[in-house]
Design a protein around this ligand. Structure first.
Ligand code: NAG
Length: 470
């Protein structure tokens, strides 16, 4: 599709096992290749052959072929003769997008998936719910989108009364749209991991169904300021009603998403609200839980049981380690690397996304061109990031499943800004997750990036022109 869309020539594709047709691009499922992660690509004067034991790797080989194409839309297209054998270093190569703080429509999400595919990324972490907006239609709970998807304020500041423009803002995806996006991703060999936040980051939920909160009589509102987690009560009350609600929501989510992994959040649950609630305290007592951290663990374990009963695995932010890790959980380490290290030592899979390197919502330059989170994660730091922490021995290191970049959208109000923050840090990320560690070479990367930028120009992708200065 990429070739057809971007170049106006007739494409002869053949997909015949072990037969190379002349003057064609042959995609060959070759049984003799032992690892299904590996592909080979050969370009000669007779044909272009991409071979692998798996469709996934063939698709990735095609991405390499695309990178070999000259950056022009005019014919003839000349590409070098090559013979390549290639496979990824990590099995989890992820990129995240927060669509709650600002909403991104289906058209942009599809573009985002195209960008990921081009970089051989294979997981898209879709942050669908948060304090600032609920973004997925749930048939059983219509108020989640009638009320929870909307807030007053399209551009909003850090504190109450700061910089809120008061404009009604929101949006959500219907289940039909979600299916369409999942299908689009599957065609690009990308698994979408949906995230439904719990037990905190739930103001949008509580604005819709206040009975699920620790202050059921309060008039909760969808959040209108950023960075609010310990100032506002956004925590779910751990009652049976709440668990039933979450199970019903996750049932619809799991029916939609074929992903074997479901992200259930788990981050930044301020314990104050459970401490203050007589009902929470009562639930703790009844279940023999001594601390609120144990309650957090009880919450996650209970949800894990449910998700596991549907044959799926949970992923949670590193706070799910608090009070004891649920037996089968995958840990996403964002507050530095300690969560990932701890998980690996406990023989749990871990995904590394330490915020100081892997949060692409942070500024990329000391002084940014527009309002951005007040932390800096420059390109060089992304490129130099090593996902396997030195603290782990070889056996433990096997539990580091891979890495991920995150794009939180508090200050990312539109697609062009999302691209501006994403590129070229995505290029650095994809290289560290795919290529052997020994091959890393920053000056060489920068040189190759110059070519990549020309491709981005052709594709109409926004990135900072400051990278072109040196
Ligand atoms: C954290 C929050 C997230 C927020 C982001 C901003 C996680 C797991 N949680 O405070 O909701 O958008 O940082 O960088 O990152």
């Amino acid at each position: 599709n990429y070739l057809r869309k971007n170049y106006s020539f007739e494409l002869k594709l053949s997909r015949i096992p072990d037969v190379n047709r002349i003057n064609a691009i042959n995609l060959i499922i070759a049984k003799k290749i032992s690892s299904s992660k590996e592909y080979n690509l050969s370009v000669t004067n007779k044909s272009i052959n991409v071979g692998s034991a798996s469709d996934t790797a063939i698709f990735q080989g095609i991405q390499t072929l695309i990178q070999l194409l000259p950056i022009t839309k005019s014919l003839p297209l000349q590409i070098p003769w090559v013979s390549i054998i290639d496979y990824p270093r990590f099995d989890y190569r992820g990129m995240h997008l927060d669509v709650s703080r600002h909403f991104f429509d289906v058209a942009f999400v599809k573009k985002y998936l195209d960008y990921l595919a081009l970089h051989k990324m294979n997981y898209f972490h879709w942050h669908l719910t948060d304090d600032h907006g609920w973004r997925i239609e749930i048939k059983k709970y219509p108020k989640l989108t009638e009320t929870g998807s909307w807030r007053n304020g399209s551009i909003i500041g850090l504190y109450p009364g700061t910089g809120n423009d008061g404009i009604r803002y929101g949006g959500y995806y219907t289940q039909e749209q979600i299916k369409d996006v999942i299908d689009y991703a599957a065609k690009r060999f990308i698994t979408i991991i949906p995230e439904i936040e719990m037990p905190a980051h739930n103001l949008a939920t509580l604005a819709s169904y206040s009975e699920l909160g620790t202050e059921p009589n309060k008039k909760y509102e969808v959040a209108q300021t950023w960075g609010i987690f310990n100032k506002f009560n956004n925590v779910l009350q751990p009652t049976d009603t709440t668990f039933k609600f979450l199970e019903n929501v996750l049932t619809e989510v799991m029916d939609l998403f074929p992903s074997p992994y479901i992200h259930i959040g788990g981050d930044e649950a301020a314990k104050t609200w459970w401490k203050q609630s007589a009902v929470s305290q009562q639930i703790m007592k009844a279940n023999g839980l001594k601390t609120e951290s144990e309650l957090q663990s009880y919450f996650i374990r209970r949800m894990e049981k449910f998700v596991n009963s549907k044959g799926k695995t949970i992923i949670g932010w590193n706070e799910i380690l608090q009070g004891g890790l649920a037996p089968n959980a995958v840990v996403m380490s964002w507050q530095g690397e300690k969560g990932g290290i701890e998980a690996a030592k406990q023989k749990h899979k871990a995904i590394m996304t330490p915020e100081m390197k892997m949060y692409f919502n942070h500024a990329q330059f000391a002084k940014e061109d527009s309002l951005t989170a007040n932390k800096v994660s420059p390109l060089l730091d992304v490129y130099n990031y090593e996902p396997i922490p030195v603290e782990l021995n070889t056996e433990q290191a096997k539990y580091i499943w891979g890495g991920q970049g995150c794009l939180w959208s508090e200050y990312i109000t539109n697609p062009a800004k999302a691209e501006y923050m994403l590129f070229p840090r995505l290029d650095a990320l994809s290289e560290i997750l795919w290529s052997p560690k020994e091959k890393r070479n920053y000056p060489d990367f920068l040189k190759r990036l110059k070519t990549q930028f020309k491709r981005y120009d052709l594709m109409g992708i926004t990135y900072s022109k400051r990278y072109l200065d040196n």
